[in-house]
Design a binder for this molecule. Structure first.
Ligand code: SF4
Length: 375
C-alpha cells in the first residue's frame, strides 16, 4: 500500500496577477484567521477516517502561502503532525512568492518541519513580470535565494513560458540564473490565456501580444538543452529535477496514488472517488462552522479511470506500466491499440522499454496528440 499525500490550499494573494484564474483572493488578517480556524476544524472533522493511513508528502500550495500572517503556517503544521500519521522520511513543500518571503518566514517554515520550498519566479526580468501584474522585483528574487542558500537543500522554481515580451534570451537568462542559485528542481509551464482574465482582455483588444506556438516550442527546447546539460532530468512534461529531487507529492498525482486535499477548492482522490471542496470563500467557512464538509464528489467510472491513467502516466518519463495497466483494466494495450502504437513507434514518437510504454523524450512537445492517439 502506497503512502498518501496531503495537500492544503491557501487561497490568499497580495494582488491578483493579470493571467490568474486560480481560487485566490486579496484578504486581510481577519479573513486569514477565520480561514485558519476553518482549516483546523476541517482537520478535526476528517482525521479519524485516516487513522490507519500514513502520509509521506505534505504540500502547502496556493494562492500564495507566504502572504499569510506570521504563525499561521506553524500552527497549521503542528495540527497536521498531531492529527495524522506522517512518515519519518516525509517531503514537506510550501510555495512562496519572492515579494512576500523573508527571514522570519523562513525560520517559521524550518520550525514547522518544511524541507522543500517552491519559489514562484516565472521570469527574472522586472519588465516581463511587471507587465503581467506580478508584484515582485528582481531584488525580491535575489533576496529569496540568498536567504535559502544553505538553509534548505530542496529548492524548486516555477517559470512560465509564453508571457508577453518574453523572448528566447530572457528565458535562457532565467534558467541560467536559477542554475547559479543551485535550485534542484524547475517547473516550466506554458502561459494559459484564461477566459475573463485581465491579460486575456488585453490580448483581445490588441494592447499586448503573447509569443506564438513556434516561439514557445523554441523556448521549451532551450530550457531542455540548458537543464539537461546541467544534469537535470525531465521526469514529467513540465518538470525537471536533479536525480533524487523529483517532487514526490506531484508524482502521486501522475501515478494514481491517493491524496487528501484540505481547504478551499482543494481536491482529494480516495478509493477511486474524486472529492473537491467549494471554491466560494464564505461557503467554505460557513459549511465548516456547521461541522459539514463542503466536499462534492464524483465516483470515477472504469472508462474515466482508464483515460486518466493513460493521460497522467504518459506525462511522466516512466510512462505506462503495461503489466499494472492490464491487471487493473483487463486490457493489453499492445493488443487493443496495436495499430496506433505501431504507427507512433515507427514515427519515433513512443518507446516500449522494460514493460513500460512512454513518449520519446524529444517528443514531449507533441504529447497531447500522442496521448489522443493512444486513448
Ligand atoms: S500569485 Fe499565483 S495564485 Fe496569486 S494571483 Fe498570482 S498567479 Fe494567481
Amino acid at each position: 500500500m502506497k503512502n498518501y499525500g496531503l495537500y492544503i490550499h491557501i487561497p490568499f494573494c497580495s494582488k491578483k496577477c493579470d493571467y490568474c484564474d486560480f481560487a485566490s483572493f486579496c484578504m486581510g488578517e481577519g479573513d486569514q484567521k477565520a480561514y485558519l480556524n476553518a482549516l483546523l476544524k476541517e482537520i478535526d472533522l476528517v482525521k479519524d477516517s485516516f487513522k490507519s493511513k500514513t502520509f509521506d508528502t505534505i504540500f502547502i500550495g496556493g494562492g500564495t502561502p507566504s502572504v499569510v500572517f506570521d504563525g499561521f503556517i506553524l500552527t497549521l503544521s503542528k495540527k497536521l503532525f498531531s492529527s495524522f500519521k506522517i512518515a519519518k522520511n516525509y517531503e514537506f513543500t510550501i510555495e512562496v512568492n519572492p515579494n512576500s518571503f523573508n527571514e522570519q518566514k523562513l525560520n517559521e517554515y524550518l520550525l514547522a518541519g518544511i524541507n522543500r520550498i517552491s519559489v514562484g519566479v516565472q521570469n527574472i526580468s522586472d519588465k516581463i513580470i511587471n507587465g503581467v501584474g506580478r508584484l515582485q522585483t528582481r531584488a525580491n528574487v535575489d533576496n529569496t535565494f540568498k536567504l535559502l542558500n544553505g538553509k534548505i537543500k530542496n529548492v524548486s522554481a516555477d517559470i512560465i513560458l509564453g508571457l508577453p515580451n518574453e523572448n528566447l534570451s530572457s528565458v535562457k537568462n532565467t534558467i541560467q540564473y536559477l542554475l547559479n542559485q543551485n535550485v534542484t528542481h524547475i517547473s516550466a509551464y506554458t502561459l494559459q490565456l484564461e477566459e475573463g482574465t485581465p491579460l486575456e482582455n488585453k490580448v483581445k483588444k490588441g494592447l499586448t501580444t503573447i509569443p506564438n506556438d513556434e516561439a514557445i516550442v523554441k523556448q521549451y527546447n532551450a530550457v531542455n538543452k540548458l537543464l539537461s546539460a546541467a544534469g537535470f532530468i525531465r521526469y514529467e512534461i513540465s518538470n525537471y529535477a536533479k536525480p533524487g529531487f523529483e517532487c514526490q507529492h506531484n508524482l502521486k498525482y501522475w501515478n494514481n496514488v491517493e491524496y487528501l486535499g484540505l481547504g478551499l477548492a482543494a481536491h482529494s482522490y480516495l478509493n477511486g472517488t474524486r472529492f473537491w471542496n467549494t471554491a466560494v470563500f464564505g461557503e467554505y467557512i460557513a459549511s465548516i462552522s456547521k461541522s459539514e464538509l463542503p466536499k462534492n464528489k464524483e465516483i470515477l467510472t472504469n472508462e474515466q479511470k482508464r483515460t486518466e491513467r493513460i493521460m497522467l502516466n504518459l506525462r511522466t518519463n516512466k510512462g505506462i506500466d503495461l503489466k499494472k495497466f492490464s491487471q487493473e483494466f483487463g486490457e493489453n494495450l499492445l493488443e487493443t491499440r496495436q495499430k496506433q502504437i505501431e504507427k507512433l513507434k515507427d514515427l519515433g514518437m513512443i518507446e516500449i522499454k522494460n514493460g513500460h510504454l512512454k513518449i520519446a523524450e524529444n517528443k514531449f512537445s507533441l504529447s497531447n496528440a500522442i496521448i489522443m492517439e493512444i486513448l
